[in-house]
Design a protein around this ligand. Structure first.
Ligand SMILES: [Zn+2]
Length: 88
């Protein structure tokens, strides 16, 4: 479990956004100008967010929006991890 730094839960962007008070946003890539829509739910231990799908410019150009969650809540994180595992 400690080796997992980022998770991509298979839930809709809409429900993820609603759960964490996120807004699905778009942004032009600084490198290629492509319109990137941050609509892929992701989670790390500290953050819940939405990130744009991978494209040819590489992950440093991905556009994301995220909120910080209560990092002290280990129990919440464990529950979350198991929930993710069930739907992956
Ligand atoms: Zn690009």
């Amino acid at each position: 479990m400690k080796s997992i730094s980022i998770l991509y839960p298979k839930v809709s962007a809409e429900s993820w956004a609603k759960t964490y008070g996120l807004i699905v946003k778009s942004h032009s890539c600084y490198n290629c100008g492509k319109n990137l829509v941050a609509n892929v739910p992701f989670a790390t231990k500290r953050w819940r967010g939405l990130i744009s799908p991978k494209h040819e410019c590489g992950e440093s150009y991905d556009f994301s929006t995220a909120v910080e969650i209560d990092q002290d809540d280990e129990i919440l994180w464990k529950d979350f991890y198991y929930n993710i595992k069930e739907i992956l």
